[in-house]
Unconditional design. Structure first.
Length: 143
Protein backbone atom coordinates (compact mmCIF):
# COMPACT_ATOMS: atom_id res chain seq x y z
CA UNK A 1 0.00 0.00 0.00
CA UNK A 2 1.24 3.45 -0.92
CA UNK A 3 2.05 5.76 1.98
CA UNK A 4 0.07 8.97 1.92
CA UNK A 5 2.52 11.80 1.52
CA UNK A 6 0.44 14.88 2.15
CA UNK A 7 1.66 17.74 4.30
CA UNK A 8 -1.10 19.01 6.54
CA UNK A 9 -1.06 22.09 8.74
CA UNK A 10 -3.06 21.47 11.92
CA UNK A 11 -5.52 24.25 12.65
CA UNK A 12 -7.12 22.78 15.77
CA UNK A 13 -7.02 19.54 17.71
CA UNK A 14 -10.23 18.33 19.26
CA UNK A 15 -10.73 15.37 21.59
CA UNK A 16 -11.94 13.06 18.81
CA UNK A 17 -10.68 14.67 15.59
CA UNK A 18 -8.21 17.14 14.16
CA UNK A 19 -8.89 19.91 11.67
CA UNK A 20 -6.10 20.74 9.24
CA UNK A 21 -5.52 22.35 5.90
CA UNK A 22 -3.47 21.00 3.05
CA UNK A 23 -0.13 22.84 3.19
CA UNK A 24 0.01 23.91 -0.44
CA UNK A 25 -3.77 24.13 -0.95
CA UNK A 26 -5.08 26.31 1.86
CA UNK A 27 -8.62 26.18 0.47
CA UNK A 28 -8.88 22.45 1.32
CA UNK A 29 -9.82 21.53 4.89
CA UNK A 30 -9.32 18.02 6.27
CA UNK A 31 -11.24 16.74 9.29
CA UNK A 32 -9.57 13.54 10.48
CA UNK A 33 -11.29 11.37 13.06
CA UNK A 34 -8.79 10.28 15.71
CA UNK A 35 -11.03 7.96 17.71
CA UNK A 36 -13.51 5.22 16.93
CA UNK A 37 -16.50 7.42 17.81
CA UNK A 38 -17.21 11.15 17.91
CA UNK A 39 -19.91 12.22 20.41
CA UNK A 40 -22.50 14.45 18.75
CA UNK A 41 -21.68 17.52 20.87
CA UNK A 42 -18.01 17.25 19.87
CA UNK A 43 -18.98 16.47 16.27
CA UNK A 44 -21.08 19.66 16.11
CA UNK A 45 -18.26 21.71 17.65
CA UNK A 46 -15.74 20.38 15.14
CA UNK A 47 -17.86 21.05 12.09
CA UNK A 48 -19.06 24.43 13.36
CA UNK A 49 -15.36 25.33 13.68
CA UNK A 50 -14.94 24.38 10.00
CA UNK A 51 -18.02 26.46 9.14
CA UNK A 52 -16.42 29.42 10.93
CA UNK A 53 -13.26 28.97 8.84
CA UNK A 54 -15.30 28.87 5.65
CA UNK A 55 -17.19 32.00 6.69
CA UNK A 56 -13.92 33.93 7.12
CA UNK A 57 -11.92 32.72 4.14
CA UNK A 58 -12.29 30.75 0.95
CA UNK A 59 -12.76 27.04 1.57
CA UNK A 60 -13.52 25.12 -1.62
CA UNK A 61 -13.37 21.54 -0.36
CA UNK A 62 -13.85 19.69 2.91
CA UNK A 63 -12.49 16.17 3.33
CA UNK A 64 -13.83 14.09 6.20
CA UNK A 65 -11.45 11.21 6.90
CA UNK A 66 -13.55 8.69 8.84
CA UNK A 67 -11.11 5.77 8.67
CA UNK A 68 -10.68 5.66 12.47
CA UNK A 69 -14.41 5.41 13.12
CA UNK A 70 -15.98 2.09 14.03
CA UNK A 71 -19.29 3.44 15.33
CA UNK A 72 -21.86 4.94 12.96
CA UNK A 73 -24.03 7.61 14.61
CA UNK A 74 -27.21 8.39 12.66
CA UNK A 75 -28.16 11.69 14.41
CA UNK A 76 -24.71 13.14 13.69
CA UNK A 77 -24.98 12.17 10.03
CA UNK A 78 -28.43 13.74 9.76
CA UNK A 79 -27.21 17.03 11.23
CA UNK A 80 -24.13 16.91 8.99
CA UNK A 81 -26.14 16.35 5.80
CA UNK A 82 -29.27 18.40 6.47
CA UNK A 83 -27.93 21.34 8.46
CA UNK A 84 -24.17 21.70 8.14
CA UNK A 85 -23.74 21.00 4.42
CA UNK A 86 -26.44 23.51 3.54
CA UNK A 87 -24.73 26.13 5.71
CA UNK A 88 -21.39 25.31 4.05
CA UNK A 89 -23.05 25.74 0.65
CA UNK A 90 -23.95 29.28 1.67
CA UNK A 91 -20.22 30.01 2.17
CA UNK A 92 -19.48 28.80 -1.37
CA UNK A 93 -18.00 25.44 -0.37
CA UNK A 94 -19.62 22.86 -2.64
CA UNK A 95 -17.07 20.02 -2.69
CA UNK A 96 -17.21 17.34 -0.02
CA UNK A 97 -15.10 14.19 0.07
CA UNK A 98 -15.31 11.34 2.54
CA UNK A 99 -12.87 8.56 3.24
CA UNK A 100 -14.70 5.68 4.87
CA UNK A 101 -13.26 2.96 7.10
CA UNK A 102 -12.57 -0.49 5.65
CA UNK A 103 -15.67 -1.84 7.39
CA UNK A 104 -18.51 -3.09 5.18
CA UNK A 105 -21.11 -2.72 7.94
CA UNK A 106 -20.13 0.93 8.48
CA UNK A 107 -20.18 1.57 4.71
CA UNK A 108 -23.61 -0.05 4.40
CA UNK A 109 -24.96 2.07 7.29
CA UNK A 110 -23.69 5.22 5.56
CA UNK A 111 -25.24 4.20 2.24
CA UNK A 112 -28.65 3.36 3.71
CA UNK A 113 -28.74 6.47 5.89
CA UNK A 114 -27.79 8.75 3.00
CA UNK A 115 -30.46 7.25 0.72
CA UNK A 116 -33.07 7.71 3.46
CA UNK A 117 -32.04 11.33 4.12
CA UNK A 118 -32.16 12.22 0.45
CA UNK A 119 -35.59 10.60 0.03
CA UNK A 120 -37.01 12.32 3.13
CA UNK A 121 -35.54 15.74 2.27
CA UNK A 122 -36.09 16.25 -1.47
CA UNK A 123 -36.20 20.04 -0.99
CA UNK A 124 -32.51 20.15 -0.05
CA UNK A 125 -30.07 21.09 -2.78
CA UNK A 126 -28.09 17.83 -2.86
CA UNK A 127 -27.69 18.10 -6.64
CA UNK A 128 -25.81 21.40 -6.23
CA UNK A 129 -23.11 19.79 -4.08
CA UNK A 130 -20.21 17.67 -5.30
CA UNK A 131 -20.24 14.82 -2.77
CA UNK A 132 -18.03 11.79 -3.37
CA UNK A 133 -16.15 9.06 -1.58
CA UNK A 134 -12.40 8.58 -1.89
CA UNK A 135 -10.13 5.68 -1.07
CA UNK A 136 -7.35 7.80 0.44
CA UNK A 137 -6.32 11.35 1.22
CA UNK A 138 -4.38 11.90 -2.02
CA UNK A 139 -7.42 10.87 -4.10
CA UNK A 140 -9.69 13.09 -1.99
CA UNK A 141 -7.43 16.12 -2.53
CA UNK A 142 -6.92 15.57 -6.25
CA UNK A 143 -10.50 14.67 -7.22
Amino acid sequence: MQKEEVKLVTLKEFSHANVAMVADKFEIIVVKATSNYIPMSVFNTIFNFVLGLASKRRVSKVIFDKRSLTVFHQPSMEWYFINWKMRMKATGCLIHRKILPQDQVFVECVTLAREKLMAENPDKVWHELDIAYSDNLIDAIEN
